[in-house]
Structure formats: structure tokens, C-alpha cells
Write a new protein. Structure first.
Length: 131
């Protein structure tokens, strides 16, 4: 599929903003209603005033970005939301999955992976050669 789920930046630190962008493309021969859902990790905090859609309608419900719109053949749409990374001390990977459905063919699943790097703290090393 030419549809993609992008995350920028790909590596974040605690509290840093992250943009998820779903690029949709109707590769079919007919116009139709397309729907898409993007499940964001519960640890991420969406900024609801940052939801954007170039076409159709997007909304955020329980960390799920939902979009629905009409696309002509070879027409595209972009849906995005900005979230903030969690304030956690453990590094991890935060996956996101989008399901795109045109109600005609099998749903398409696209995913992305966000690397989360926690704050690092280091203890100073003190060395002495005196007995």
C-alpha cells in the first residue's frame, strides 16, 4: 500500500512533542469513503488542538485517532496529531498501528515505531591512589 504512518522525530525524550502523520492514498479505480484508525499508546498524551485533516473529518477518542473521508481514485489525504512523550524513567519502544478500510477490499494495516529514551543520570566516579 502507498499509505504510510510516519512519526517525527523517530527518537524522543520525556515530555518532547511527537507528530504522528497518516498519509492515505486511494489506489483503487473508484471513488469511495475511506476510514482509518490509528491506535496510539496510552502512555502518550495527545494535544487535541493539534488534530489536522487535509480532507474528511478527524477526531480523537481514547487515544485513537479516527478519520473518515471521501477520496477520488489516486487522491490522497493526510491526517496528523501531536502528542507528548511520557515522563518515564525507562527507555522503551512505542508502536502505533493504523487500520485503513475502504469497505470494499481487505483492510490495510500500517505501523510505526517510536524510540523513547528516558532521562539518564550518572553517578560521579571518585578514585584515589591513597591507602
Amino acid at each position: 500500500s502507498a499509505s504510510r504512518l510516519l512519526v517525527s522525530p523517530g527518537t524522543v525524550r520525556p515530555g518532547q512533542p511527537v507528530t504522528y502523520e497518516l498519509k492515505l492514498l486511494n489506489q483503487g479505480n473508484a471513488a469511495g469513503i475511506i476510514s482509518a484508525t490509528v491506535k496510539l499508546q496510552d502512555a502518550l498524551t495527545p494535544l487535541t488542538d493539534t488534530i489536522r485533516a487535509s480532507k474528511g473529518k478527524a477526531e480523537l477518542v481514547d487515544n485513537i485517532l479516527k478519520w473518515r473521508g471521501w477520496l477520488q481514485p489516486l487522491e490522497s489525504a493526510t491526517v496528523s496529531v501531536v502528542v507528548t512523550a511520557p515522563l518515564s524513567s525507562l527507555p522503551t519502544w512505542l508502536p502505533a498501528t493504523a487500520i485503513i478500510d475502504d469497505s470494499t477490499t481487505d483492510p490495510i494495516i500500517v505501523d510505526s515505531l517510536l524510540e523513547y529514551k528516558s532521562f539518564g543520570a550518572y553517578m560521579p566516579v571518585v578514585a584515589s591512589n591513597n591507602p
